[in-house]
Write a new protein. Structure first.
Length: 376
């Protein structure tokens, strides 16, 4: 790549285009997603040039732009690998879409124009799904084709007030120099143990990528919320009904927040727990200035609540799509769909923008430039 040229990216499973926002100065030569609502949002914000709404399995190498891209980014569906999903693994219907992406990479490789870098983003459950077999299979697949690769577990909480750990597998064919072993904080215990389960060519192809730790997060949850007067709060009856789902531990958390001086902002999700042999729906809350990991609004328990304890009272409401996007590091100039559900899905299925930016600046661009990759 010419030092003055924009690096190019093929963006698979592009969703709302949050990876594109994080990459910033990269030029997207191709973007694809199956979901009509996501592709409409993508087009509304970035235009439709190079955008294809198709199942990745229905694409052929002829559908991809000519030449060689610098990067292929794949945020393939995670439901079957997530702790919240069925954990069917990479062979399952949704997460199996990864193999539709990989067959395109192989076809590009056969034509001598495989991208210089690949990033595979997914939930951290990929490290352990099917007893670790999914990660081993993916690693062996990369190694078999001559890719050197490594994984980093990165939590968006280092940049934004949302707990959102994700796995990023970065692969290259170029000669690289990196760390000699794991280094905190991005080589988590899960990454180290997954590496330990590799053998043969996959272990030999592994790289311990370095990435500088970011500066402390700026702001907190309350700073990203809409003004109280601009959102719809539950009435007293609905709030009381919601709070009846609190268990003893979470009730004590709420009581402590309500008893404190000033304003305390918390978030919560409803979860089904086993208590005394039966399933009970519980509201689980936190008042540490951090939101829980955003989800897609597929069911009644998937929407995140905002709770404000102040002057001895408690108010509650749902998190809005705009607030959810702010928690993903997205600016207010991003055009959201009119549907609340569609907007929440864009955020819940997305990748945090500042995480992608840090990965691009700290690892991907240095790799393209042939620089050694080391932690600061």
């Amino acid at each position: 790549m010419n030092a003055d040229a924009q690096p190019t990216v093929l963006e698979f499973f592009a969703g709302a285009g949050l990876a594109r926002l994080g990459l910033g100065g990269w030029r997207t030569a191709f973007a694809n997603d199956l979901d009509p609502a996501k592709t409409r949002a993508y087009a509304a914000n970035f235009g439709s040039m190079g955008l294809r709404q198709d199942d990745v399995w229905d694409l052929s190498v002829e559908d991809l732009p000519a030449g060689r891209a610098d990067l292929a980014w794949a945020s393939s569906p995670c439901q079957d690998l997530s702790l919240a999903g069925t954990r069917g693994g990479l062979t399952a219907r949704r997460s199996g879409a990864f193999w539709g992406f990989w067959r395109l990479i192989e076809a590009l490789d056969d034509q001598g124009r495989a991208p210089r870098l690949i990033v595979i983003e997914n939930v951290t459950g990929l490290l352990t799904s099917n007893g670790g077999e999914d990660f081993r299979t993916l690693a062996e697949t990369l190694a078999h084709r001559g890719w050197r690769f490594g994984a980093l577990e990165i939590d968006a909480i280092r940049w934004v007030p949302q707990s959102r750990p994700r796995l990023f597998i970065v692969a290259t064919r170029d000669s690289v120099a990196g760390l000699s072993g794991p280094c905190a904080p991005f080589h988590s215990r899960g990454v180290v143990e997954a590496h330990g389960r590799l053998s043969g060519d996959a272990r030999a192809a592994w790289c311990w990528w370095g990435l500088s730790e970011p500066l402390p997060m700026r702001g907190d949850l309350d700073s990203l919320l809409e003004p109280d007067a601009d959102v719809v709060w539950f009435d007293d009856d609905r709030t009381a009904q919601l709070l009846r789902h609190l268990g003893s531990l979470h009730r004590r958390r709420l009581d402590a927040a309500a008893a404190s001086t000033g304003r305390s902002v918390g978030t919560g999700f409803k979860r089904v727990r086993m208590e005394k042999g039966r399933k009970v729906q519980r509201l689980e809350i936190r008042f540490d200035g951090i939101a829980g990991c955003l989800r897609t609004p597929a069911g009644g328990s998937s929407r995140q609540y905002v709770l404000v304890a102040q002057d001895g009272g408690v108010r509650a409401r749902f998190l809005t799509p705009r607030e959810a996007m702010r928690l993903m590091g997205v600016g207010d100039d991003y055009r959201l769909p009119a549907s609340v559900s569609a907007g929440l899905k864009l955020a819940g299925d997305g990748v945090a923008v500042p995480v992608v930016r840090a990965l691009s600046e700290g690892l991907l661009k240095p790799l393209l430039a042939g620089q050694a990759v080391r932690a600061a």
